[in-house]
Design a protein around this ligand. Sequence first.
Ligand SMILES: [Zn+2]
Length: 287
Amino acid sequence: MLPQISLPKFSTTIKEINKTFHFRPFMMKEERAIQMAKAIGTDIEVRQTIEQVVQACLISNKLIDVESLPAHIVDYLFMQMFMRSNTNVLSVNYHCRAIYKKYDFIKMTDPDTGEEYEEEKVSEQECGYDSTNFLPLSKIELLYPDSFAENTVITVSDNIKLYVNAPKSSSIRNVYKMTEINEETNEPLFSEAEREDAYSNLVYESIEKIVEVVGEEERIYTIDDFTRDSLETWIDNAPKHVAEKLTEFFSELPTIYLKTEMRCLRPECQHKTEVALTGAKSFLDLC
Ligand SMILES: [Zn+2]
C-alpha cells in the first residue's frame, strides 16, 4: 500500500452570497483536464471542465451542486483554486501596439524644372515590442452590472407574476451557443434555430416559479408543472414587455473581473494600457 498524501485545505468566503467554501488545490488529474480543455475544448467544454474541477476540489461542501451555482461564483471559486494550486501571479506577454509617426525624407525631382528636392513623408509605425507583465490574480473581484439582480419579478398581468433567477452555471452554455462566433468568418457558430433553442432553454432553466392569484388563492407553477415548449408558447402569447424584460435581465450578467495596467518595457516607449479581463476562460487562455 502507498502512503496517503494529504493536501492542504483552503477556504474562501464570498460575501455576496454569504457563504464560505472549503477546498483543496488541484491534483495532477485536474491539471490535466484543464490543459486538455484549453487545448482542444470549445467554450462549452471549458465551462464543463471548470464545473467538474470546482466540484472535485470542494471539500466539506459535497452537498453543493456546482452546476446550479451562478456561473460567476463558479468562476470565482475556480480562480481561487487556481491561485492556491499554481501561482497568484500570471506572467503574460504584452505586445505593444502604440503607434508612432515615422518621418522619412524622399528624394524627388521636379518634372518641369528637373530640380531635385526632398519631400517629407510621414508614416505610422507600431512599437511592436514584447514585454513580460504580471497579472495579480489576487485582485480578481466580482463585477456586477448596475442593472443586475440575483432574481427578478416580472408582472405578466394583474394576477400573474413571473419569478426569474440569474442563470445557473450549467445554463451558461446556452449563452455561449447564442454568442459564440466563428473567428475566421465572424459568423455565429450556431444556426439561428440553435440559438433560439438555446435562449428558450436559458429562460426555462432560470424560471423559479409563476404565481397566479385566483381570488384568495395563490397558485404556484414551477418547471415541474410545464414543459419548455409550453413555456415558449406561453411567453409568445404574453404581452410584449414580458419578453423584453427577460432579454434585459439576461443581457447583463455578473462576471469575475480583473483590471490592470500593461506596460511596454521598451525604454523609449513605456506606453501603458489598461486591460480588463472577464470570465475564467480569458484567464485560462493566458496560463
Ligand atoms: Zn511600446
